[in-house]
Ligand binder design. Sequence first.
Ligand code: NCD
Length: 332
Amino acid sequence: MSLSVKSHYLALRDMARSEIDTVLDVAQSLEPVANRTDRWPILADRTLATLFYEPSTRTRLSFETAMLRLGGSVLSVADAVRTSSVWKGETLADTIRTVHSYADVIAIRHSENGAAEEASKWSKVPIINAGDGTNEHPTQGLLDLFTIRREKGRIDGLKVAIVGDLKHTRSSNSLIYGLSNFDVRLTLVSPKGFEPNQVVLDRLQERARHFSVTEDLEAAVRDADVVYICRIQKERIPDKADVERIIGSYVVDRQLLTAAKRVPIVMHHLPRVGELAEDVDDYPGARYFEQPWNGVLVRMALLALLLAPSQVEGRIHRDRPMRAETAVPLND
Ligand code: NCD
């Protein structure tokens, strides 16, 4: 295997299938390191800075966990807007040209679309996009692909329903871009006015993927192998009347899932705020509390690929095979 080494991870839109496969394979190979049954401190003299201008639980903590499990160290700005010089009016360019002197890699979350790409123009160290506005959340998309592949043994051939506020959710954009590399059947379910942006649908069209956009949640769930639920992104919706209109109208609960022809895996990027009922938590297909662990593995893979690619290559050869060989049979 020869690794194509990237200098930044900014978007899933730009990633080829071979690059995605590499990240998922490396992530899988690192699980013994993540769960501490193996030690592999390849980033012992490296530092990650997490520079977060927006709230986060899973993304920031899993980045930091990933760095620590590879022996590295972490500098964290959890609330850059209030507790860093951003509050005084510092530009992103100036902040990046400061932080890159302290860290070997920067994971940035920002409220503006394109902020990670902008940061990459000023940074002398790799930038990882941890979410930029309503644009992308590529590391979430990769951990979602990893979860699907791990649970179903493959991604090709699956029927995937993505449900919720697909207009403002960056996780679903990245997941859709990622899935556009695979032979999937996608059903995109959202209330009227909350459909995915045309630029996202265009990518599916360009790649001739089979997809439909619908409001019919029940029909989509009935036929799915994977049901992926997204939060209504209240803070990104200018008209609060719109929020009121749709809140509660797209709830995935146990009863809805009993209508499914088979047991789909149920995923959510989290946090959930009502669109995924708690009575799904013990549903046999529920995987949304496994996703955060998979996020550690995928972020370990990205950090290792950016900062120690030759060592990763050595490990891959040692640990083959890493691709899930035992595909779970599809249900129809
Ligand atoms: C998401 C985010 O911030 O984009 N959370 C996450 O990283 N898992 C989704 C959200 O806030 O709804």
